[in-house]
Design a protein around this ligand. Structure first.
Ligand code: ADP
Length: 261
């Protein structure tokens, strides 16, 4: 069995790389109440990479994304990213209920003061990309959970981010919808060319989506294992039934069980 790279992440410089679009360099986080959420986390996300972080609940995964998106300020180390080139999709699609799909998708372009005609055009392109054409005039309450996620994805795609952050975007969806959206997202990953940083509780989703899977320890979160995923894109549903896929899932699962201790 191929074993994972067990990386000494206290040696941060080995993980920082100037070609990364997003870099965590010895990032630590202690909240005001003394909760230590992250401990010396170092890794980078380069162009063409889709990196997924798995770890026990409460180990600091969301905190990592919140630091990258500037919603939280790390108390140690450095997070480097061009914040104008980040897109986000969180578990809750966070659409505005009083806006139609079209107007929700235009929102980020609107906040960037892009003129009406241009943002309508950008939104139409993004709506097309996520397969929501024909639903432009619907309100979020008229959409399924999967469609709301597509709209949320489209909203961030409008500005063509170089790095996309995903915090358990499909966690609340049924398995078939989730697998379909996994394929949709990978298609966008390939045609749009963004790099991804993805969080999930599902090991098979992590392996299916990613070029690399990182395992975090229980709080305070540290990266304990890094698995390179060798399967070529485009990936198809059948990959999930291949022995090499099952074997890699087993290795990640083993590492994750260790992380829970
Ligand atoms: P995960 O996404 O891995 O489930 P989080 O990043 O959400 O974990 O949280 C990591 C830890 O930090 C948890 O124990 C959580 O309760 C704690 N935490 C998150 N936000 C705050 C905050 N603003 N103040 C204090 N503790 C927090």
């Amino acid at each position: 069995m191929r074993s994972a790279d067990v990386v000494d992440f206290s040696m941060s410089t080995s993980m920082t790389n100037t070609s990364s679009l997003l870099t965590f360099d010895n990032v630590s986080m202690t909240f005001d109440d003394g909760t230590r959420a992250l401990d010396n986390v170092s890794f980078g996300v380069k162009p063409g990479e889709f990196v997924t972080v798995v770890g026990p609940s409460g180990c600091g995964k969301s905190t990592l994304l919140r630091i990258a998106s500037n919603l939280e300020a790390n108390t140690g180390g450095t997070c480097s990213v061009d914040r104008d080139s980040i897109g986000y999709v969180f578990q809750d699609a966070t659409l505005m209920p009083w806006r139609t799909v079209q107007r929700n998708v235009e929102l980020i372009a609107e906040l960037h003061k892009i003129g009406k005609a241009e943002r309508q055009q950008l939104a139409a392109g993004a709506i097309d990309l996520v397969g929501l054409r024909g639903f432009e005039d619907k309100y979020p309450r008229q959409l399924s959970g999967g469609m709301r996620m597509r709209a949320s994805l489209a909203r961030s795609l409008v500005l063509k981010p170089k790095v996309f952050l995903f915090d358990e975007p499909f966690g609340a969806l049924d398995e078939i919808t989730r697998e379909r959206l996994n394929d949709e997202l990978l298609r966008l990953f390939q045609i749009e060319g963004f790099a991804g940083l993805f969080i999930t509780h599902s090991i098979s989703e992590a392996v299916y989506m990613s070029t690399k899977v990182l395992v975090m320890s229980a709080r305070p979160g540290r990266i304990t294992h890094s698995f390179d995923v060798p399967f070529a894109y485009p990936r198809s549903h059948d990959l999930r039934y291949e022995p090499a896929f099952a074997e890699l899932c087993g290795e990640v699962s083993h590492a994750l069980r260790g992380a829970h201790q």
